[in-house]
Design a protein around this ligand. Structure first.
Ligand code: PSU
Ligand code: MN
Length: 295
C-alpha cells in the first residue's frame, strides 16, 4: 500500500529544520471561484507565504494520497468536480482514489498529522443563517476546537450567522483575535462585526499568545484581519442566501452556491475582494509562522 500521506521534499525539509510552514486549502481553488481564478488565487497565496519568509504547503487528495505541498500542475487538478473534504471525508477520498479539495477543517486535520500549525484562508465556515432544519454548522468549527493551529482569516464568512458562530467559538474555547482591529472583520466588509476576544497589533505578540494558548491545552486561534479593500454587500448576501434556498442547495453545496451568486451579481467585485483577502491572509499566516519559528 502507498503511504497515506505524501509530503513534498521542500515542505519535509522545512519541517525537519523547524522552519516556518503554512498550510493552504484547496476547496477555495476548486469551489470558491470560477476557473481559472481558483488556481490563480492558490498560486498567488503561495507567493505571499514565500514573501513572508515561510514555506507554503498546499493540501489536497490526489491519486490515493493526502498530498502536502503541491506543484502548479497538481493544483490544476482541483476543478469543481473535486470532492469537498471536511475532516470526515479525507480517509474515504484517499482510499477511493478520488480527487479531493480540503476545506479549512480538512486542511487542519491533514496539517496536524505532519506537525503544521499555521494556515491562511478567506473566511472560516460557521453556523448557517436561519438555523434551518436540519441545522447546518460547518465542520470547520469542530476541527478548530480539537486541533492546535492559528488560522489567519478575514473573520467568519458573512453569508453565515456571524453572532451565532461567535457564540459557538466561545463555547468551544477558540480565541478570536483581531489583527489590528477591535472588531471581527465580516469577510468582504472590514467594519461592523462583533468585538473580538483580544486585539493584537504585532505578529510576535500573536506568536507568543498562540504558544501560551497551546501550553494551556487550547487548540485553534482564529485571527481576523480586515480586508484591505472593504465592500458592503449585505443586501446582495440576503439575496444570495434566498436564492440558495430557492435552488434547493443544501449541505456542502450552500457555500459555493452563495459565493458564486455573489461573484456573478456584484460585477466581479466580490471575486476581486475575496481573492485579494485570501492572498493577504496567506501572507499574514506566513508572518505569524515566521515569528513563531524565531520565538
Ligand atoms: N474562504 C473563502 N472561500 C471559500 C472558503 C473559505 O474565501 O470557499 C471555504 C473553506 O474551505 C471553508 C469552507 O472551510 O468554505 C466552508 O464550507 P462549509 O460552510 O460548507 O463548511
Ligand atoms: Mn455545511
Amino acid at each position: 500500500m502507498r503511504d497515506l500521506i505524501y509530503v513534498s521534499d521542500e515542505v519535509r525539509a522545512a519541517l525537519e529544520e523547524e522552519r516556518a510552514v503554512v498550510a493552504l486549502e484547496t476547496t477555495l481553488v476548486a469551489h470558491g471561484f470560477p476557473a481559472p481564478d481558483g488556481v490563480a488565487t492558490g498560486v498567488a497565496s503561495e507567493a505571499a507565504v514565500r514573501a513572508a519568509g515561510a514555506v507554503p504547503a498546499t493540501i489536497g487528495v490526489l491519486d490515493g494520497q493526502i498530498r502536502i505541498g503541491l506543484t502548479s500542475a497538481e493544483l490544476e487538478r482541483f476543478t469543481p468536480k473535486a470532492r469537498k473534504l471536511g475532516p470526515r471525508d479525507l480517509a474515504a477520498c484517499a482510499v477511493q482514489g478520488a480527487v479531493g479539495a480540503t476545506t479549512v477543517g480538512g486542511t487542519l486535520v491533514a496539517a496536524a498529522a505532519v506537525g503544521i500549525r499555521f494556515m491562511g484562508t478567506g473566511g472560516l465556515g460557521g453556523v448557517h443563517r436561519g438555523f434551518p432544519t436540519p441545522p447546518d454548522v460547518s465542520a470547520d468549527l469542530a476541527a478548530a476546537a480539537r486541533i492546535p493551529a492559528v488560522i489567519a482569516s478575514s473573520g467568519i464568512k458573512s453569508l453565515l450567522d456571524v453572532p451565532a458562530t461567535m457564540e459557538v467559538l466561545e463555547t468551544l474555547g477558540v480565541p478570536v483575535i483581531g489583527y489590528r482591529t477591535d472588531t471581527l472583520p465580516l469577510f468582504y466588509d472590514a467594519a461592523g462585526g462583533p468585538p473580538v476576544s483580544a486585539r493584537v497589533d504585532d505578529v510576535h505578540e500573536l506568536a507568543r499568545i498562540a504558544e501560551a494558548h497551546w501550553r494551556l491545552g487550547g487548540n485553534t486561534l482564529l485571527v481576523g484581519r480586515p480586508p484591505t479593500e472593504s465592500l458592503d454587500v449585505a443586501p446582495l448576501i440576503e439575496e444570495a442566501v434566498a436564492a440558495a434556498l430557492a435552488a434547493g442547495a443544501t449541505g456542502q453545496a450552500v457555500t459555493p452556491f452563495v459565493l458564486g451568486f455573489l461573484h456573478e451579481h456584484s460585477g466581479g467585485e466580490t471575486r476581486r475582494v475575496n481573492r485579494d483577502l485570501i492572498v493577504d491572509n496567506a501572507g499574514l499566516a506566513g508572518a505569524i509562522a515566521q515569528a513563531h519559528a524565531t520565538l
